[in-house]
Design a protein around this ligand. Structure first.
Ligand code: GRG
Length: 293
């Protein structure tokens, strides 16, 4: 398997589907549709939809079948980025290599664009082309929990109120398991559930997703110190400036890198019952910690 070729193929189908699923820019009222499209199209690594598709493929499904769900997860991720960049939160000027949504459209429209992306995601989930109705309902339920106050939002809340405070490892883990990990977990589980995975397969894939989320977050924290702003498409050093709780802040760079490596090994270990069909997932988690963007 040529990982790069496979990844690019997945990104291309996701981008093509997003273009179709997003309302056209001239749909009334155009301002909101343009703001939604601005943040979703033309940027982002598309890691979460690629993972959702790969997980469906491991369980015997196809990309085509799970495209609405893959796009739904990307829309939820993008909404969270738009809201995270707002002045009331991180107050960032650049995202995905261009000015943040509120810098272009203003805060009111940026808020509403995030809201509209979140709701569009749930609309798309009901349009899944595969899976029994019961599986689709299960996915909607899991996505709602992962994106909600017990997942993504919970992680963001604890993160926001931990700024400038001494925090312990348990709190740091809670933040990252939810703020970052919840959407990875949801992506992997949704793809597998829609493709009809059995409970044992699902448990292994879930374990993989949890370690992948951890590896991703530690790498994200490291890139905020060692990364190149041009490659990242956003400023570095914001964690230190904003006195954020991060792995390097708590453990130092060397131990953080060891922890990231160990999370990758554990993610790959979780895939041991699978054969070649899981090779993409194995290489993807390596890519997550080798990336420089
Ligand atoms: C506002 C509910 C709400 C949540 C915000 C997105 C987020 C939660 C915080 C952003 C800050 C941050 C570093 C989060 C953890 C990692 C993360 C989500 C990074 C961005 O994901 P990438 O690198 O982004 O996959 P692209 O742009 O490539 O899709």
């Amino acid at each position: 398997m040529d990982f790069k070729e496979e990844f690019n193929k997945k990104i291309a189908v996701v981008n093509e589907a997003l273009e179709i699923f997003m309302p056209p820019p001239d749909a009334y009222p155009p301002l909101i549709h343009q703001a939604m499209r601005y943040s979703v199209l033309g940027g982002g690594k598309r890691l979460r939809p690629a993972l959702l598709i790969a997980s469906a493929e491991v369980a015997g499904g196809t990309a085509r079948d799970v495209l609405p769900a893959a796009c739904a997860v990307e829309l939820i991720h993008t909404y969270s980025l738009i809201h995270d960049d707002l002045p009331a939160m991180d107050n960032d000027d650049y995202r995905r290599g261009k000015p943040t949504n509120h810098k272009v459209y203003g805060e009111a429209i940026a808020l509403l664009a995030g809201d509209a992306l979140l709701t569009l995601a749930f609309q798309l989930l009901t349009e899944s082309r595969t899976g029994r109705a019961a599986d689709i309902v299960r996915v909607i339920h899991e996505v709602a929990i992962g994106a909600g106050a017990g997942g993504l939002i919970g992680g963001q809340v604890v993160d926001t109120f931990s700024t400038e405070k001494e925090i312990d490892t348990t709190t740091l883990e809670y933040i990252h398991r939810n703020k970052t990990g919840a959407l990875y977990r949801v992506a992997v589980r949704s793809g597998a559930i829609l493709a009809g995975a059995g409970e044992e397969e699902l448990a292994r894939l879930t374990e993989y997703a949890e370690y992948l989320g951890l590896a991703f977050q530690i790498k994200d924290d490291i890139l905020d110190i060692e990364g190149d702003e041009k490659k990242l498409g956003k400023p570095v050093g914001s964690d230190i400036r904003n006195k954020k709780a991060t792995y390097p802040a708590l453990f130092g760079l060397k131990v953080s890198k060891e922890k990231a490596r160990s999370a990758v090994e554990s993610a790959i270990g979780a895939l041991s019952p699978f054969g070649k069909e899981a090779d993409f997932l194995r290489v993807l988690v390596e890519y997550v910690i080798k990336r420089d963007f």
